[in-house]
Design a protein around this ligand. Sequence first.
Ligand SMILES: [Zn+2]
Length: 113
Amino acid sequence: MQKKRITKMGIKKNDTVMILTGKAKGKQGKVLSVDYKNGRITVEGINLVKKAVRKSQQYPQGGIIDYEAPVNITNANILCPKCNKKTRIAKKILDNGNHVRICRRCNEIIDKV
Ligand SMILES: [Zn+2]
């Protein structure tokens, strides 16, 4: 049996993604964290929910805070920082041995892996 690969789009922390479905459809944000195991990501400013918190070191006032709830990774599409369009990521090995991610749309190198 084949394992399902959720990392198909190669989304990583600090990538900019666009949300494809739901309330936040069409919005863009920076990826704050990726949970490959559950296929979920949290995106800055996307899917904000309110949560009551107790007083703690992190929240000295306690009370109600907004925080980003995770969204399904398949509901987000990576945005290429070079051509600024929704794209898919390809991986490539350069002549110098570096692994890079490239944009399938404009073929520009996005970053090193
Ligand atoms: Zn591109």
